[in-house]
Structures are given as C-alpha cells and as structure tokens.
Ligand binder design. Structure first.
Ligand code: PHB
Length: 366
C-alpha cells in the first residue's frame, strides 16, 4: 500500500494537450443543483471548486448549452453573459490555486420535464420515446413524459448551441470543454438504437446515429483548439434508460471517428454510472482506450489501489474520482497520505446552500 502511494505517478505532473496538470487525478463532473436564478452558478461555486483544486484537472458540473438543454432544477447554464460572469469567478478561483478546469457541455434531451422547459414545452429527443423514471423539478420529482422528436431542421441549431457554448466557456476562463455524450442525455440518445428510431440521416445505421455527435465535435473544434476539447462516453452504462443492441461496434466506430478531430481526452464512465463497475455483456473498454489516440481518463468507482493499478498497468492516463470529492475537498492529499475518506450526506447532494457543499472540512482545516 505505502509503496503504491509513494511510487504511483498518479501524484506527479502530466501534460495534456496545451496544459500541464499537477497530478493525474481529476474531479469528475458532479451535479449539485445550487445555481442562482437565471441558471447562474452559485455564489458559493468559486469557493467549492477552489477547495477541490488539489485535483490536477477539475471537470465542472454538467452545464446546459440552452434553456431547452436543462433537465434538473437549479443546474447552471452557459449561454449568456451573466452565466459567463458567474463562471469567470469560478475559473479565477481555481486558477489562483494552480489547478485547471474544463466545463462539461450538456443537453439532456428527453431527461427533462415541461416544468424545466421554456414555456412548459415538451422535452426533445431523437424519437418520441418516454424514459422510465422521474425528473427532478423545482417542485419535486415528476415522472418523465413522452418527448417530442426533433425535426431534422432543428438539428443545425443544436449544433450551433454547442459551438457558442464552447466559445462562451473559453471566454469564462475555462481551460477547455468536455462534450457530454454519456449517461443517456441527448447525444447518447442519438447514438443508441433503443432511443433513436429515426428514419432520416441521423437514425438507423451506426454512421447515422453518430452523425449529430460528430457534427457537434466538428463545430466545437472549429472555434476552440482541439487540444482543449475532451469528450465523455459511457458505453456500458444503462443510465437514464439507455441501451443499444451492439455497443461494442457502436462505440468502436465513434472512437475511431473521433480520432480525426484530435481531441485531448476521452473520459469514460466504466460500468454503470454511479453503480457497479462490472456489467454484463462482455464489453471490453480497453478496446476503446487502445483505439483512441489521445489521453484516456477512467472513471467510476475508483479507490486509491484501483487507480494506482490503472497507472502501473497503463490502463488509463488519468483517473477521475466523482463522489469521493463531495465530502473530501482535499481528496488528493488524503489519497496520498492514506487518510480515511469522509462519506457525504445524501440529503444535501442536490439543492440548498453551503451545507453539504462548502462546509466539508479538509484534514488540516483552518
Ligand atoms: C445527475 O444529476 O444525477 C447526473 C447528472 C449528469 C450526469 C449523470 C448524473 O451525467
């Protein structure tokens, strides 16, 4: 154990694309639902992220690229100047502590509710197929509804929203962006044949189902350098009622196509999002790691031993921890010292203020 900690290069600097990271441990995006009116990041967000800037790379919480892209109460946006100003305070606070921060660009598609949509509209999706489960609205959990299938003519507008959001993220001081194509949200809904039953150029074959994602990647890399653009996929996750008849073929194709854009990293949720790392179906994620020509960030259910092993066996370049960051703002220091990790309070995960957000102490508080 001690040897693993002391010798692991997890704790050593690494260059990814244009930027240097102080270590190979990332903070995965975590929805905390504390945004202010106007979907502006919380006044407490600069402190929250600064407290966690022991991470080599912070990937800030999923952030909607448009009002339509919103699917949970109190999540922040990145589509207007007030939001840019709010995020600028976050990136300044993180940079002052020597860390780096990307913004995760999000459109939830059907994982929303009319109460969260402009003018109470139906959420949109590749096809009008209702997900199982509930949406988190300002008035509580509400069953998902049958979404409206997007018109072909609407897709270029969504691609433009990603392009603009990427530009705004850079203006807000982010070191880069992560395109959220995981966890059953809009881009993942297009990829999978359970949720995409379109008959046009965006449905049917794997090539067609990957088209929207690749157009988004093209648009984002047309306005910011590709070495500042990463992407997140969750090939084996059933999150948000998603599935595909042949994920290995689908995601191998996607990753091969992504190589043309020279993205800085591929961030993979291994196993079931927020659940077990082991999933049925015999999918080999290392195939994707080997296909991808950039940095591979592994995520989901890692502890120190698993992370150190991922490095010593070269199964990943960086390891992203998610939930452990919530109650352990100094997670990297604790891992390095072998200190015990605190558990978070599930009641304060989403919504509210400082309690359960900025009040988890570091080991050496004060
Ligand atoms: C969540 O709020 O539970 C959530 C948000 C984004 C994800 C996954 C889960 O990618």
């Amino acid at each position: 154990m001690t040897d693993t900690r002391q010798t692991s290069d997890l704790f050593k600097p690494v260059q990814i694309g244009a930027i240097q990271l102080k270590n190979r441990i990332a903070m995965a995006p975590l929805t905390r639902s504390r945004a202010q009116a106007g979907d502006i990041p919380s006044e407490l967000a600069p402190e929250y992220y600064a407290q966690r800037s022991g991470a080599g790379l912070i990937i800030a919480e999923a952030t909607q690229i448009s009002p339509q892209g919103k699917g949970y109460a109190f999540t922040p946006g990145i589509y207007n100047d007030a939001q840019v100003a709010g995020w600028k305070k976050v990136t300044d606070a993180v940079h002052a502590k020597g860390s780096r921060i990307f913004l995760q660009l999000w459109h939830v598609g059907r994982i929303s509710h009319p109460e969260l949509q402009p003018d109470g509209a139906l959420p949109v999706a590749p096809s009008a197929i209702k997900p199982e489960g509930n949406a988190f609205t300002e008035t509580g959990f509400k069953p998902f509804v049958t979404p409206r299938a997007l018109e072909l003519s609407e897709l270029p507008g969504i691609v433009e929203q990603y392009r603009t959001a990427a530009q705004l993220a850079i203006r807000a001081g982010f070191d880069g962006v992560e395109i959220h194509a995981a966890n059953g949200y809009l881009l993942d809904q297009f990829l999978r044949d359970k949720t995409n039953q379109r008959n046009d150029a965006y449905g049917g074959s794997i090539e067609n189902r990957a088209r929207l994602l690749l157009e988004v990647v093209q648009a984002v890399t047309s306005v910011i350098p590709s070495e500042r653009v990463g992407i997140r996929l969750s090939p084996t996750s059933p999150a948000n009622d998603i599935a595909d008849s042949n994920p290995q073929a689908l995601f191998s194709y996607v990753v091969e196509q992504l190589n043309a854009y020279k993205l800085v990293y591929l961030h993979v949720v291994e196993g079931a999002t927020g659940g077990p790392r082991e999933v049925a179906g015999g999918f080999d994620l290392q195939v994707l790691r080997n296909l991808f020509k950039g940095i591979y960030i592994a995520n989901n259910g890692y502890d120190l031993d698993l992370a150190a092993k991922a490095r010593s066996s070269n199964l990943a370049d960086l390891v992203a921890f998610g939930r452990p960051w919530i109650a352990n703002p100094d997670l990297v220091e604790r891992l390095q010292k072998g200190a015990e990790l605190a558990n978070f309070n599930p009641d304060t995960l989403y919504g509210g203020g400082a309690k359960g957000y900025t009040d988890y102490p570091a080991l050496h508080a004060g």
